[in-house]
Design a binder for this molecule. Structure first.
Ligand SMILES: C[S@@+](CC[C@H](N)C(=O)[O-])C[C@H]1O[C@@H](n2cnc3c(N)ncnc32)[C@H](O)[C@@H]1O
Length: 526
């Protein structure tokens, strides 16, 4: 039952997370009991913000920063402020100077592995966590709160067992299903495909609709691997053409295998996915999406909608179709690209989040939520030269602003082997990329001074990244509550290994209660 149905306060259990504990995911997040719902936030009953918030004031250093911990989530003066998130503006906007002095003292001089361990809470294997100074309470509170309020991203399995023998070939997919599919995608299609199959069986679905199906890897596995009837909807015709070619190739490979091995031959007919080229308008109902493959099922079809990394508003479109259409009985949606969400329209969806003071998520916070925290922590632990790019890019922004002040944060992707370049070489290439004169006179002394602050830039970026899971939590929690508010049953389950696939939470929803069966959806089949 959702908050609007029972009008009450959602019950909540939150696992504790200590600031100095490693972030293994299992300690963090909401763990909520209630009618078929795993995750729910606590709605304050009443009262002023001061009553239901905890205000922690820095006792050390000269910063006097305030971090509010309360119903609006967390707010701190520096890293959460709109426009202060992107490390590209580290020098142009003096981002380091926006941090309280006590935070600067704690973070200054920390090398990348120390940042991974102390700030992100992800120590190297066997590493003992030791602070070299006493950190201000405000910084510890931010770190601790960011852990505690973010959904757990740890699935019920450790390193995916399918890659123990060979890191690039899932042992749980047969060779034809692995062909042309990268390991990350192998893991994703297998895990999500198996969840969809279980959900389809539990809810008596007659057809799965894979929306934003791309090259059709998930659709292909669900139909030809798991025997589901699948319609695949994708807006890009080139991807659909490739998907159809891959379907044919797989069918031939499976037939060949059967000839060699008649005892494993499939009994019934094989159904390839049915591909449709169509852009789904997120603001309207899509007739094609609802049309059953079997015309005799008009009026009796039971559809399950799924989307693997359905970006931006596409995930929202799935939710709306689920809510509005009686023939859609189940949903399994993994979102991504939160920065592409329409504003307004894509967030917030729920009345609950819309009612929170300060619920707005500016573009850069949503963009930050798409970063891969676990992968970045590994990069920090390795302290590879690639981390230099943050500082180089921030220095380039200074030069760009001076040459053309109206040009802000232009994309300069694709400069190869940045770590082998001197800072001035990088800046010259960057200027060229954004259409400026690469031979502009450069102040080498200033560039070197910027380069000397490399660790500070990385520290600032890490600080911002600390909040990424929290922002993602708020976006997904909003979707979950939107479904609950209309009386549907919903859970958020971490199904992919976050190291392999950082956008790893699947929103599962049904119109009938599944009770304990929800938990079985994420378990690894033996
Ligand atoms: C991140 S990709 C994921 C592709 C695929 N599901 C996978 O995981 O391999 C998102 C896909 O959704 C498609 N897409 C995005 N918005 C769409 C829309 N409104 N209608 C149809 N397709 C859309 C894109 O063209 C892209 O192929």
């Amino acid at each position: 039952m959702g908050p609007s149905r029972n009008g009450g306060v959602p019950s909540l259990r939150r696992k504790s997370a200590r600031a100095d504990e490693p972030r293994d995911g299992r300690r963090a997040g909401w763990n909520v009991s209630g009618a078929g719902v795993r995750a729910r936030p606590q709605r304050p009953a009443s009262g002023s913000e001061a009553n239901d918030s905890e205000c922690v004031r820095s006792g050390s250093g000269g910063g006097g920063a305030v971090v509010w911990v309360g119903r609006g989530g967390i707010r701190s003066p520096a890293p959460l402020a709109p426009g202060r998130y992107n490390s590209k503006e580290f020098f142009t906007d003096n981002l380091w100077g926006t941090l309280p002095c006590s935070w600067q003292e704690a973070l200054d001089g920390l090398n990348p592995p120390q940042l991974a361990t102390l700030l992100l809470g992800m120590p190297g294997e066997g590493e003992v966590v030791r602070y070299r100074s006493v950190w201000p309470l405000t910084l510890l509170a931010l770190k601790s709160t960011a852990y505690a309020l973010a959904f757990t991203r740890m699935p019920g399995f450790q390193t995916p067992s399918e890659f123990l023998e060979n890191p690039s070939q899932s042992s749980r997919l047969t060779a034809p299903f692995r062909k042309h599919v990268r390991p990350k995608k192998q893991h994703e299609i297998r895990r999500l495909g198996e969840l969809v199959k279980k959900l389809s069986d539990l809810t008596g679905c007659t057809q799965v609709v894979d929306v934003g199906s791309g090259q059709g890897h998930l659709s292909r596995f669900m139909s030809l691997g798991l025997g589901l009837k699948v319609k695949s909807i994708e807006g890009n015709p080139r991807l659909v053409e490739r998907a159809q070619r891959l379907d044919q190739e797989l069918l031939q490979a499976l037939e060949k295998e059967e000839k060699k091995n008649p005892q494993v031959a499939q009994t019934g007919p094989r159904h390839s996915p049915y591909h449709v080229v169509q852009w789904v308008d997120p603001t309207a109902l899509c007739g094609e999406l609802l049309l059953p493959l079997d015309s005799s099922q008009c009026g009796s079809a039971r559809l399950l909608l799924t989307g693997l990394h359905a970006c931006g508003d596409l995930s929202v479109a799935l939710l709306r179709h689920f809510c509005c259409c009686p023939e859609v009985v189940a949903l399994a949606s993994v979102g991504c690209c939160y920065m592409k969400l329409s504003d307004p329209g894509g967030y917030p969806l729920s009345q609950w989040v819309a009612g929170l003071p300060g619920y707005e998520l500016p573009y850069r916070l949503r963009e930050g939520a798409c970063h891969a925290l676990e992968e970045y922590a590994k990069r920090l632990q390795k302290a590879g030269p690639g981390l230099r790019t943050h500082c180089y890019r921030a220095a380039l922004e200074m030069v760009i602003r001076r040459a053309r002040p109206e040009l802000r944060r232009p994309g300069v992707q694709g400069i190869p082997r940045v770590h082998e370049l001197k800072i001035e070489e990088y800046v010259q290439r960057g200027l060229q990329r954004v259409g400026l004169d690469p031979h502009l006179p450069l102040n080498l002394a200033t560039l070197r001074a910027h380069q000397a602050q490399e660790n500070r830039v990385v520290a600032f970026f890490s600080l911002a990244l600390l909040l990424a899971p929290l922002v993602e939590t708020l976006i997904l929690l909003d979707r979950l509550l939107y479904l609950q508010e209309q009386g549907f049953h919903a859970e958020l389950l971490p199904i992919f290994s976050p190291e392999l696939s950082p956008r790893n939470l699947v929103l599962v929803a049904t119109k009938m209660p599944l009770g304990q069966a929800f938990s079985a959806l994420e378990t690894e089949d033996s």
